[in-house]
Design a binder for this molecule. Sequence first.
Ligand code: DON
Length: 300
Amino acid sequence: MQSILDEIAERARMTRQKGRVADYIPELAKIDPDHFGMCIATVDGECFSAGDADIPFSIQSVSKVFALALALGRVGDAIWHRVGREPSGLSFDSILLLEREDGVPRNPFINAGALVTTDTYLTASSPREALASLLRFVRTACDDEGIHINEKVAASEISTGHRNFALAHYLASCGNLHNEVNKVLGTYCHQCGIEMTCRQLALAGRFLIDAPDMPRLVSPDRRRRIASLMMTCGHYDGSGDFAFRVGLPGKSGVGGGILVIAPGRAAIAVWSPGLNRYGNSKLGTEAMEFFAKQTGWSVF
Ligand code: DON
């Protein structure tokens, strides 16, 4: 396992085409595109890592996996009246289908759907309390209290997040946000501003495999369903491509992180800030493609 990771990190170091760092959130544009980290946390709790696996990065949309688990814990299957379970085939911040489909987002991983998820776990609490429960979930999952929200990144997104504001107001106009729009947006942007290292993210991702040493944060049924959504929707309009190349459920973020689940075996986190045309980590995807091939861990 370690030799596979070392080879992946070396290939990443040698690659010139690293993709483009996200710049629509100004704080993210400052990140050095040469970072590369990867960590595998196995079902038995063993960790293998390479490169910058201990440098914290902005998990951005990877947070939508934890947020969905938290929201499901709050309202159960009732959430599926407000958000769908189909891939959108459109970019993560698209507003196109929202009007055609009466303000019900296609899935919880596109921004519109994630705003509904945030609204769901926010209900009946203040943004501060809601974020505290999200952080508690993540910290419990990786058994590490040292996970925080980067306020600068959150503020940077709030000041430039016109798309998300548009999506949230459209959802509200359809009656699909129950809290005040600015509260939902503030909570969502802070959720996306959570920082984690590859090691922390891989360890936290073990809540989606049957890791015997972990507290059970979601039921086996929910785990399977969350993983299925990661496979079909976790990379937006690049989800088919990721399934084709890697064959494992994954969730990406514009910070360049990807959390991947190898059911029953391990959770894997990879980070490289340069993105491909879908807004997913370019080298992260290539690393996972190589990894899946070497290990034969594709679910197909
Ligand atoms: O809402 C946004 O645009 C960002 N906070 C998150 C988007 C994202 O990570 C898309 N992922 N590839």
